[in-house]
Write a protein that binds this ligand. Sequence first.
Ligand code: GLN
Length: 280
Amino acid sequence: MRIDTAINLASIELKKNNIKSPLLDCEILMSKAINQNREFVILNLDRELNINDYKYYQELVKSRSKGKPIAYITGKKSFWNYEFYLNEKTLIPRPDSELIIENVLKIYKNKSYVNFLEIGIGSGCIILSILKEKKFFLGKGIDLSSECLKLCDINAKKLNVKSRLKLFKSDVDNFSQGKYDLIISNPPYIKKLDLKHLDKDVIDFEPIVALNGGLEGLSEIRKVINKSSELIKVKGKLILEIAFDQKKEVTKLLKEKGFYVDKVLKDLANNDRCVISTKV
Ligand code: GLN
């Protein structure tokens, strides 16, 4: 079968299963099936597929038609300027989280050395992107999932920042090492009862532990703020990702713990998403 025929048939299949960008997805899956990049696929639509590649392609399309996110099927995702390995134990990096990096770079434009902590690293996309952009920063990352730590370590090697990274397996409450100029976190912040309203791709495949913020969505954010107030230096910055409707509550929690809220930034969809605060 020719590549274009296989793609067109698969695209109809994905469309039937309500997948949002069927053609694009089918091209990406084809590039995985034949182990070439997407440009190659588009430039070689008239080529014949060999039978094994076609069988493999059909398997990939079947996974996608069941809703499995492309990033988990391909095992990677682009975020900021880099590509990160991924698996189903880690949340797929969201473009909204690039706000944290953008603002770290702005705040520390004229500062080369910063000792920072990330609480809940996932694939490592945030902490590693910062280490990559700021060559003298030192990063410490904690996560309760060994799989995330393993993956972050692999990504750190790939990006060549491992010598400036320390990882610890810990939950936020039980970590008490060091004092930091900067603490960042994108904690689970979805209200428990709202989880079922998330996209099917998300709720069926992404790790709930990385999304579930308890009944009010604030339980992990609260822990991160409490812990940060212990571990942060005076005048240090705490940068948090929050849900679109948590600005007020999070501002209150921060004030209670001695933080001044510098700014709340909006994401690409114009929702409040990122809080920058300073320990006073
Ligand atoms: N922004 C993510 C989502 O809604 C949630 C991430 C989080 O809970 N930290 O898919």
